[in-house]
Design a protein around this ligand. Structure first.
Ligand code: ADP
Ligand code: MG
Length: 334
């Protein structure tokens, strides 16, 4: 599984130099089905990372489908019940994105994920009849959220996999800040959240994975105090009979979204929403996604197509640079 990753070369260098004025610490843990790296600078760096780590593990339990003591497991098991205020807030943001994207994002996609084996990483191509049967319980309209109470109608099951990493990256950033860290970055691979700027006052350089060669970067962008969320067809993928299947599902068909996009990155100030949006815009395809971004205006985006075209929204002018791939065409969306 390859994901977007922050460029850490500069901070590695700093950590290894005894003359470097700023203390720096970094730790990688495994949570939410991925490697998570927390980097922090300054005298409270170690304390901040410890506190961020606790937050990430706590939220993983709370929002995972498989943890019996978590909110999502319990609600899926009972069909209704009350959840923590945090889970309710994430469900609310997810529902907002479900509605505003006309269901391109759908937090009830769980049974379809299971049928394809993405949940347990035991991949298979389901029969069309199986998908159609399962689709009957898929639909965000089956989810009622009233305060902290959730009711699932029609056998619906919740899956916060498309949104929880964004929320957790934000909570981890808050934990760093509460510990007094003014400069740091949290990377869940596909969800990156920066605290402040780098200690030298410049922005954090975040590499965008090349969908055609996921071990390399295709471009980099500079961020400060904001997040980058990426959804890409290369992130969880398997091949059967020469055809590739990935983990971002079009809820209207039950099949992996297949509309010419290879990845979508959303850059903005709200990591929870950005996470849901990158998944949704990927499902919508380039044209609809651009229309949505223009109408919304609250975030920036980068689209990479299957045929190696990169499009970025005009707010990113001057913040995005190509990583040198000669065949890449990079255009600003007007
Ligand atoms: P990643 O989880 O790799 O960071 P995404 O944020 O795009 O990537 O989320 C993909 C995850 O979201 C899937 O693993 C699944 O749990 C869930 N998901 C897949 N398709 C959708 C969809 N259309 N709407 C909501 N969630 C989805
Ligand atoms: Mg997402």
């Amino acid at each position: 599984m390859r994901k977007i990753a922050a460029f850490f070369a500069v901070s590695f260098l700093c950590a290894s130099l005894s003359s470097c004025a700023q203390n720096s610490e970094r730790k990688t843990i495994y949570a939410m089905d991925t490697a998570v790296t927390v980097t922090a600078y300054g005298e409270n760096a170690a304390e901040g990372i410890e506190s961020a780590e606790k937050e990430i593990y706590r939220l993983d339990k709370l929002m995972s489908r498989s943890n019996k003591n978590g909110d999502i497991y319990r609600i899926n098991d009972n069909g209704s019940g009350s959840v923590s205020a945090e889970t309710a807030a994430v469900i609310q943001t997810a529902l907002d994105v479900c509605r505003s994207t006309g269901g391109a994002f759908d937090l009830t996609v769980a049974p379809i994920m299971d049928a394809w084996g993405f949940f347990g990483h035991e991949y298979r191509v389901p029969e069309n009849t199986e998908i159609n049967r399962l689709l009957k319980s898929v639909g965000y309209g089956n989810v009622t959220l009233d305060g902290n109470n959730v009711i699932l109608g029609n056998g619906a099951q919740l899956d916060l996999g498309g949104v929880a990493k964004g929320y957790a990256s934000d909570a981890a950033a808050e934990a760093l800040e509460k510990s007094g860290v003014k400069s740091g970055i949290i990377s869940f691979g596909s969800a990156i959240r920066a605290v402040g700027k780098k200690p030298d006052g410049s922005g954090w350089k975040v590499g965008l994975t090349d969908p055609q060669s996921p071990d390399t970067f295709i471009a980099e962008i500079s961020i400060a105090d904001e997040c980058v969320s990426t959804s890409g067809s290369y992130e969880q993928v398997f091949e059967e009979n020469g055809k590739k299947y990935h983990h971002i599902i079009d809820p209207s068909t039950g099949y992996p979204a297949d509309n010419g996009l290879a990845s979508v990155s959303v850059i903005g100030g709200d990591p929870t929403r950005a996470d849901a949006l990158s998944t949704a815009l990927f499902v919508m395809g380039l044209e609809k996604a651009i229309r949505y971004q223009k109408a919304d205006g609250g975030f920036e985006a980068i689209f990479i197509t299957d045929d190696n075209e990169l499009y970025y929204t005009d707010g990113l002018e001057g913040r995005i640079t190509a990583a040198g791939k000669s065949s890449l065409n990079m255009s600003k969306i007007n």
